[in-house]
Design a protein around this ligand. Sequence first.
Ligand code: MN3
Ligand code: MN3
Length: 330
Amino acid sequence: MSKFEAVNWNAPETDYIELLWTQNTSQFWLDTEIPISKDLKSWAKMNDAERLAYMRVLGGLTLLDTEQGNVGMPLIAQFVEQKQKKAILIFQAAMEEIHAKSYSTIFTTVASTEMINDTFEWVKENKQLQHKTAIIDDIYRSIEPGNKLSLYKAMVASVFLESFLFYSGFFYPLFLAGQGKMVASGEIIKLIIRDESVHGVFVGLLAQEEFNQLNANDQAVATKFVYELLENLYKNELEYTEKLYDAIGLTHEVKQYIRYNANKALMNLGLEPYYPEEEVNPVVLNGIRTETSTHDFFSTKGSGYQKGKVEPLQDKDFDFLNDRVAASKF
Ligand code: MN3
Ligand code: MN3
């Protein structure tokens, strides 16, 4: 009879596990800590097309976070063998639920019930949004016990969702925040991005470890899968972007941002950029910079939260891990 084993944090599973647990947990936040009502004035100044785009962008993000919290993270956690890794994935799943809820917190503060209901109806009816969610969901649900290739595919889907597909949605709130509009809601988006960047790095590392354990034939199949999935999702993102952003004249910039983030997702998987290097709209970069915020969200938290600044992860924080993973390939 097999014995049940308890998770033993006194024996770290890998050299990066503590770092990722600490980074994940120290970034914990709640939507209710952000004073969204500060955005009411800004909302009142937006025109109908801008409000509609904003609602739909957030509606789309809500669906992706729902999928990631309810299906992606729990299923990947289920099939990953090591228990500390499972613990991090389950913590990440909980954050996905906070992300998914936070858009509703923005909605309920600025929008009418009718507008909110219309948004959730639109989510069900939008072809591109349903298409990408169906593709990712199918890959998650196709993980088979003992089948490392199927687990690798699910991890790739997860990295594409978190490091690539979210950004067609993140663009607009960042673009507004970069101009001092909808700044409190923009804080929520920045907190979500801070989480997603850690999630993308962690699941990307797990994916690289799985890949290295595949035989040469399965590695060839896996690599073909990555680029076919990328192109399929990319084509769909272009259509999604046109549907959302044509009316407010931002389609071109959003498409650039999509390619930029597709390359970032590939980097998380230890792969080379696929799309030509892209400029990112400087207003969006301004929106993403925490130091440009007009208010400090930590100041609205109770004293229990005043435990110092949490620095977002930078790419360079993971250089040592990428080197290590790269080294392990040979
Ligand atoms: Mn999320
Ligand atoms: Mn995530």
